[in-house]
Design a protein around this ligand. Structure first.
Ligand SMILES: [Zn+2]
Length: 594
């Protein structure tokens, strides 16, 4: 390692073929050379370190080469090529406009342009960071650019194309250089490591490539630092330590707690990350990328595009299996919203923590109800000021027949004005109101999509509490016929919820007492549809029959009860299977039935 040469210089490509990650562009340049269609001025634009100057040099060398190879690359052995490679060719002039941006610098260059080449055919003038030229320098350059001598070729390079004045731009052939993909950078680093007998873990190189943000020069320079820091054994842990990158491990742990709905552990991990000196926006941005990577890994084909070592890739694939697409969409959306609001937020840490809490609420773990309830109560002051009233919904395990009585509930989507109307009472001091609106709506919709039954119920409870006291339909008597007609009217109006519609058409209500009716169904699933929609059904019936005391019980017919011993989860999955695509479609296009 003693006489280690900086990789960026040592591994600078010397032919078009060896330029990494710019194939389309180098092919076009090569074709121009093959067809002898050279322009007098080129503009190479693109981010730093992606090969603009390198390509300009290769181009200059190739068009001056005496014996180009069969595939039209520079031979690297002729007199001209050797002079180029030893950086003593007179046919190439480089001007760094960042430090030489005055009129005099340009005049000196223009003087040289007139002198024809001693050997070779072309003189190539590379002006780096050309957008830094002063206006007067630009103007004096313009004349030369308009009428260049036959032997002169200008290659202007810039990271900021928009700063180039149109009169220059219109005289150049423009080549836009891309950021180099992470996998291209990793491949190249692997190659360099092999050549240099450096041991390097793929995960480590992947982190270097990410950190370089598409620039090969930066990647190689980080690589060099890591070589000297690790003595030639580049490990993942050494790289994340040195580069101050947050370990994947943290994101996996966070994902686990979110999937378990475990708010406490989630916040503890966030605290740990903060203590390690990472900033909130970095954490949330990293988490968003992590969810995105999980989404990519849902499909084994796209997972192959995910350039990491196979062990970590398998871990992503395994974790992805535990996440539904809907969950990942929501999670990415939430993390992204947090990221957008981060700068404006007065209490940034609270914003991050609140987002984590919401993420935990996306999925509720039924085995941790105690914990959830505790967390729920922590949340209420932020989310909704009202305390939920005692409600009627009993769990399915408690009784075969369930009674729905006292809650005049939210109406079904189809009868309801858009949910924005409910937003005002959710405002929070610390969070920009903008954030609240989409998130809240989202929470409701994911529940409808069926990630958590109990959350849906909670949501309904909370929504309704405020309406409880000010909504009176009266206590008008009604007959069973009135009831059945209202029941059918509700079913008829359903368009999207086909299964509920079928259930309601199949099973008609029987009046047991003045305001109490019973629906006897055959299966647990039917019972479930009615239970989950009982709130809106009752609200509708109460309004239609002008009676606030209308109460429903649902019963499974004798002998049928044990037929389908499904757990609530199974029933629930069944429901999602039946209607998730419709629900998703509706959510994605923001459709509201009128
Ligand atoms: Zn040559």
């Amino acid at each position: 390692m003693d006489n280690y040469i900086v990789s960026a210089r040592k591994y600078r490509p010397s032919t078009f073929r060896s330029v990494v990650g710019q194939e389309a562009l180098t092919t076009t340049l090569k074709n121009a050379i093959i067809n002898n269609k050279l322009a007098h001025a080129y503009l190479f634009s693109g981010p730093r370190g992606v090969g603009k100057t390198t390509c300009a040099r290769i181009f200059a060398k190739t068009i001056n080469c005496f014996h180009p190879t069969a595939d039209h690359e520079a031979c690297n052995v002729c007199e001209s090529c050797v002079a180029f490679n030893e950086q003593r060719s007179y046919n190439i002039h480089e001007l760094d406009a960042a430090s030489n941006n005055g009129v005099d610098d340009i005049r000196a260059l223009i003087e040289q342009v007139r002198i024809p080449p001693q050997i070779g055919k072309y003189k190539v003038y590379i002006i780096d960071e050309v957008h830094m030229l002063s206006t007067s320098a630009f103007n004096s350059f313009l004349k030369t650019l308009e009428e260049p001598p036959a032997h002169a070729i200008f290659i202007l390079a810039t990271t900021e194309k928009h700063k180039i004045i149109p009169t220059i731009l219109s005289r150049c052939q423009v080549y836009d250089f891309n950021r180099i993909s992470i996998s291209d950078i990793v491949h190249h680093l692997e190659y360099v490591a092999e050549q240099e007998n450096v041991k390097a873990e793929t995960e480590a190189l992947n982190i270097i490539a990410q950190k370089a943000d598409g620039g090969m020069r930066d990647a190689l320079s980080i690589f060099d630092q890591m070589v000297s820091y690790t003595g030639g054994n580049i490990t993942y842990s050494a790289v994340i330590d040195t580069l101050n990158v947050l370990d994947y491990e943290y994101y996996f742990k966070l994902t686990d707690t979110i999937l378990a709905g475990n708010v406490v552990d989630c916040l503890l991990i966030i605290n740990d990350i903060y203590n390690r000196g990472f900033e909130g926006q970095y954490i949330i941005g990293g988490l968003a990328s992590h969810f995105r990577d999980l989404l990519v890994c849902k499909d084994s084909r796209s997972a192959q595009l995910f350039q990491v070592g196979s062990s970590i890739r398998n871990r992503y694939i395994e974790t992805a299996k535990r996440c539904s697409n809907e969950f990942l969409y929501q999670a990415i959306d939430m993390a992204n919203t947090c990221d957008l609001n981060y700068r404006a937020s007065k209490n940034k840490r609270l914003l991050v923590e609140l987002t984590m809490i919401r993420l935990c609420q996306l999925i509720e773990n039924p085995t941790e109800t105690t914990l959830d309830r505790k967390d729920d109560s922590t949340l209420k002051p932020i989310k909704k000021p009202e305390q939920p009233a005692a409600t009627t919904t009993t769990s399915q395990s408690e009784a075969k027949a369930t009674t729905y009585a006292s809650t005049p509930n939210v109406k079904n989507k189809m009868q309801e004005p858009p949910s924005e109307e409910k937003e005002p009472n959710t405002a929070s001091k610390n969070i920009p109101p903008k954030k609240e609106a989409p998130l809240k709506k989202r929470t409701v919709s994911i529940n409808e999509m069926g990630i958590s039954i109990s959350e849906l119920k909670n949501e309904n409870k909370k929504e309704n509490t405020s309406e409880l006291n000010n909504k009176k339909n009266g206590s008008k008597p009604f007959t069973e016929e009135n009831l059945i007609n209202a029941w059918k009217a509700y079913a008829d109006a359903l368009t999207e919820e086909k299964l509920l519609k079928n259930t309601m058409s199949l099973y008609l209500p029987k009046l047991l007492a003045e305001t109490l009716f019973e629906v006897e169904v055959n299966t647990e699933i039917n019972k479930h549809y009615l239970e989950d929609n009982s709130a809106s059904i009752l609200a509708y019936l109460r309004e239609k029959l002008q009676n606030d005391d209308v109460t429903m019980t649902i019963k499974i017919a004798e002998g049928n009860a044990i037929k389908k011993p499904l757990t609530s989860r199974e029933i629930f999955d069944e429901m999602v299977k039946q209607n998730s695509s419709l629900q998703k479609l509706s959510d994605e296009f923001g459709l509201e039935l009128s």
